[in-house]
Design a protein around this ligand. Structure first.
Ligand code: UGA
Length: 451
């Protein structure tokens, strides 16, 4: 391997980019991570991540010290030295639900200007099927012979380091077989370093062999959105059955435990509750619907999944309002959990925030608390909502509490003290994680989603 073959540039230092860069910097590569936002770049230069993610800070700080991770905002400092450029820039959604590809194309155009002859451009950003072909056309206008490979990412926020080290599969798709194999080889190198990296990041190690899958370009692009859409579909399916469970007096957890015990179905992603949020599922579902429309294919099944998901925060708020047995206007309620799931400070499309805003609009006096995302949530919350610094402050003298994110701090809380602090007894478990009997023993009136 030449020095250039061991040098990589990662464009964009979001969850995917920074995790990928930090890990590859411990797997035998010199990695430039390019971040145009000066505030974020400065945090990374100090050896930290600007978002909360288990295990990542130590990987960043040690790699910067070793000189294998170089944060920069300059294409010309990084890209010309690299044989591979991974693009991990943001793909927000447009108001019509389609994917906004502005950053994807500007990153590809800027990289093209300074990429070395014969380099590989690997796309990790989630893009609609057909995007790679458009970028290939752009690359064909230069004489640099750049190979384009789609290399979709499957890591989850909150377990990003673990997921990248102990992947189920790595997918790479493109026309040039050698370039596809070169991308897969990067992950093989990561796999060969993973025990050392996991130990450094204090992540549990595992005996696990992931699969390497080489595909065509369009298949790779479609694999990514299909995987996310299917998981979102499972959740909305579980939430539909949860509504029926509520109507007939069944327990959705019992139902899904038994249904998921069938290996053909599997138990994962069948947890009913306040619905899915985050920067991926809502966007990828609407992106897939928009892609379908572009090619004349109706994705009714995904529209249904989307509709169910939109309904869930309102369904939870309704449960609280009905369970109060008093006027919601002027009642004190607490919403615990503002990130879209535990283990992350990310609040994009967060169901907890949606529930808090709905309750506030209904006239409730709402207090909210999240162990990691209070400040990130602030700009998305109704002006009247009180953001407080502890679970105790949020729940003091409230008539009801909603658990909207499955943080350990909430799941393991002292129920007796909570009941004591509250004025009322309504406990809305929007993540379906509490033991109903245990809560009732402490004098709570329990409301789950489908329980
Ligand atoms: C998701 C996918 O799981 C990753 O494989 C993918 O790489 C990522 O999107 C992406 O495209 O970048 P992520 O959004 O980080 O990862 O989070 P998940 O753990 O998948 O959870 C998404 C949402 O679904 C959360 O709000 C979670 O609370 C909710 N959820 C999950 C449920 O409501 N029920 C479940 O059973 C599981």
């Amino acid at each position: 391997m030449t020095e250039s073959n061991k040098t990589i540039t990662v464009l964009g230092a979001g969850y995917v980019g920074l995790t990928t860069a930090a890990l590859l910097a411990h797997a035998g590569f010199t990695v430039y991570v390019l971040e145009p936002n000066p505030l974020r770049l400065n945090v990374i230069k100090e050896g930290k991540s600007f978002f909360f993610e288990d295990g990542i800070d130590i990987l960043i700080s040690t790699a910067i010290e070793n000189g294998t991770l170089i944060p920069t905002d300059s294409y010309t400092e990084s890209v010309p030295k690299s044989s591979i450029v991974f693009s991990c820039v943001g793909t927000p959604d447009n108001p019509d639900g389609s994917t906004n590809l502005t950053y994807v194309f500007s990153a590809a155009t800027s990289a093209l200007e300074c990429m070395q002859q014969g380099a590989i451009f690997a796309q990790k950003s989630t893009v609609p099927v057909g995007t790679g072909t458009r970028i290939e056309t752009l690359f064909a206008e230069s004489d640099k012979n750049i190979a384009y490979v789609s290399n979709p990412e499957f890591l989850r926020e909150g377990t990003a380091v673990y997921d990248t080290l102990y992947f189920d599969r790595v997918v790479a798709g493109g026309k040039d077989h050698t370039s596809v194999e070169a991308i897969l080889a990067v992950y093989k190198s990561l796999e060969s370093h993973r025990e050392t990296i996991a130990t450094l990041a204090s992540i549990n190690t595992h005996e696990r062999t992931g699969t390497y899958i080489a595909t065509s370009l369009n298949s790779a692009e479609l694999i990514k959105v299909t995987a996310n859409a299917f998981l979102a579909l499972k959740i909305s399916f579980a939430n539909s059955i949860a509504k029926l469970s509520d109507a007939v007096g069944a327990d959705i957890n019992e139902v899904m435990d038994a249904v998921g015990a069938d290996e053909r179905i599997g138990r994962k992603f069948l947890n009913a509750g306040r619905g899915f949020g985050g920067g991926c599922f809502p966007k990828d579902v609407s992106g897939l619907i928009a892609s379908g429309l572009e090619y004349g294919v109706q994705m009714e099944i995904m529209t249904a999944a989307q509709d169910v998901n939109y309904s869930m925060p309102g369904y939870v708020a309704e449960k609280l309002i009905r369970g109060l047995h008093t006027d919601i206007r002027g009642s004190h309620v607490a919403v615990l959990g503002l990130s879209f799931k535990a283990g992350t400070s990310d609040v994009r499309k967060s169901p907890g925030i949606a529930i808090a805003n709905l309750l506030s609009k209904s006239g409730a006096i709402v207090s909210v608390y999240d162990p990691q995302s209070n400040s990130e949530a602030a700009e998305h919350l109704d002006r009247n909502i009180n953001i407080v610094e502890s679970m105790e402050a949020a729940t003091k003298d409230t008539a009801a509490v909603v658990i909207a994110t499955e943080w350990e701090e909430f799941l393991g809380c002292d129920l007796a003290s909570l009941k004591e602090a509250m004025d009322g007894s309504l406990f809305v478990d929007a993540v379906n994680r509490f033991d109903t009997k245990e809560l009732e023993k402490h004098g709570f009136s329990y409301q789950g989603v489908g329980r």
